[in-house]
Design a protein. Structure first.
Length: 100
């Protein structure tokens, strides 16, 4: 929703409900988001964002704090790289009705 707000994180899982990621900042449920993975772009909404006591290394996420964040993916613009082809396969298996 806020184009000036940006964060890098780690994807934890891809499931039928979307993505589970660890981010260094909390995001409000319902917020629109854009997720860049390689040369692919996923669009969706924040389902939840909860502070986590996970084993995510503190050097990976700023300040050592991480927020387990659920993203409901609604649309994908696939790239052409090898990483994007792996992502495409994973998304097709987990989210067969996703708009591409």
């Amino acid at each position: 929703t806020n184009p000036e707000l940006s964060a890098s994180g780690e994807t934890q899982e891809i499931s039928k409900s979307g993505l589970g990621v660890f981010l260094p900042i909390p995001l409000a449920p319902g917020s629109q988001v854009r997720v860049d993975i390689g040369d692919s772009v996923l669009y969706g909404f924040i389902a939840y964002s909860e502070e986590s006591e996970s084993s995510v290394p503190s050097d990976t996420l700023s300040g050592g704090r991480s927020f387990h964040t659920g993203i409901e993916v609604v649309e994908v613009a696939m790239g052409t790289s090898g990483l994007s082809q792996l992502l495409k396969t994973a998304l097709e298996e987990a989210l067969p009705n996703l708009r591409k």
